[in-house]
Design a protein around this ligand. Structure first.
Ligand SMILES: [Zn+2]
Length: 86
């Protein structure tokens, strides 16, 4: 089993996921803004992947079509899906 490290530099990886959220702020009829901001729950997942903090290597599992050399990372993702908190 290959190590779960950056394929470029061997550095530690972190898992990331992007969400689509909406922020809204009320406008009063006189044009002034309410100070409170409402944020929607991050329900829609857009992209996810891996990132190396050392060299900046980023892998986006949604956009990438070439999984050569990162098959073990995809396998890790499937095996750890229940543990991911982001
Ligand atoms: Zn790296």
């Amino acid at each position: 089993m290959p190590e779960i490290v950056c394929p470029e530099c061997g550095g530690k990886l972190q898992y990331w996921k992007e969400y689509l959220i909406t922020k809204t702020q009320m406008i009063l009829p006189d044009g002034s803004l309410r100070s409170s901001v409402k944020t929607s729950n991050p329900e829609i997942e857009t992209m996810q992947g891996f990132e190396c903090k050392r060299c900046g290597w980023v892998f986006n599992t949604v956009n990438e079509v070439n999984f050569d050399g990162v098959e073990h990372l995809m396998e890790w993702l499937v095996n750890h899906e229940g543990e991911l908190k982001v």
